[in-house]
Design a binder for this molecule. Structure first.
Ligand code: DGL
Length: 250
């Protein structure tokens, strides 16, 4: 694809999960133009090595920089673990979802003990735990990469999905946490299944602190790109509303 996205805000995720962040951004900045990239050909990220994840994030951000995007929102938590590294390499504003989510959590938790539900790679990176710990908050981490394929396959209502959620979270109700972080963009789509394990704790979705440099487009536009199959992305993203993914090789 050799199209420019001059002034657009790039929003990247390993798949369709980051549409949950895009929805927030479109709501907060209705006059901005967005270009969303679902890196579905390389999904899931959460079971890949740090180097493999970093390589993909670099490639996506380079694509957006070359296409003249205004800024990049790394909507994916697993990719956000590398945000500092990416900021050092690129010349455009890069926003991650981990720092703003930790800020939100710090404002909410009273007993300073929270649960983190995230991909295995995010849990293993220790990024959430470090930031929360620096704010005096203890974290009980639950690696939940096994949830992601159910969202990408549109199978969150399946019995297998319920079994997987139970296997990963059955100890959560006894953890004495007052806040549960959905530290993966895919997990809000499973929140009905996760909620019973929270045992009354507040469930917090990840968020962005993106601020536009300019948001004066007359006809706001959102472009949906996928590195995977166009048809699959469109069918999985039906919950989002009107989407028309176009395949892109990155
Ligand atoms: N959506 C991603 C996140 O927020 C990760 C899902 C995956 O590709 O494993 O962490």
């Amino acid at each position: 694809m050799n199209r420019y996205f001059t002034g657009y805000i790039g929003v990247i995720d390993s798949g369709v999960g980051g549409l949950t962040i895009l929805k927030q951004l479109q709501h907060d900045y209705p006059t901005c133009n967005f270009v969303y990239i679902a890196d579905s050909a390389y999904c899931p990220y959460g079971t890949k090595s740090p180097q493999q994840i970093l390589n993909r994030v670099q490639q996506l951000v380079r694509f957006l920089q070359d296409a003249r995007a205004q800024a990049v929102v790394i909507a994916c938590n697993t990719a956000s673990c590398f945000a500092d590294n990416i900021r050092q390499q690129f010349n455009l504003p890069i926003y991650d979802v981990i720092v703003p989510t930790c800020k939100r959590v710090a404002d909410i938790t009273v007993n300073k003990c929270v649960a983190l539900l995230a991909t295995n790679a995010t849990v293993n990176s220790g990024v959430y735990q470090r930031i929360l710990n620096a704010n005096g908050i203890a974290t009980v981490a639950f690696p939940c990469s096994s949830f992601v394929p159910f969202v990408e396959a549109n199978a969150v209502d399946s019995l297998e999905c319920s079994r997987e959620v139970d296997a990963a979270l059955y100890t959560l109700p006894n953890c004495n946490v007052d806040t549960v972080i959905l530290g993966c963009t895919h997990f809000p789509l499973l929140s009905k299944k996760i909620a019973p394990y929270a045992n009354g704790a507040m469930i917090v979705e990840c968020c962005s602190d993106f601020q536009p440099l300019s948001d004066n487009s007359i006809v706001p536009d959102t472009v949906f790109l996928t590195t995977g199959a166009q048809k699959q992305a469109n069918s999985v993203a039906k919950w989002f509303g009107q989407v028309d993914f176009v395949h892109v090789d990155i």
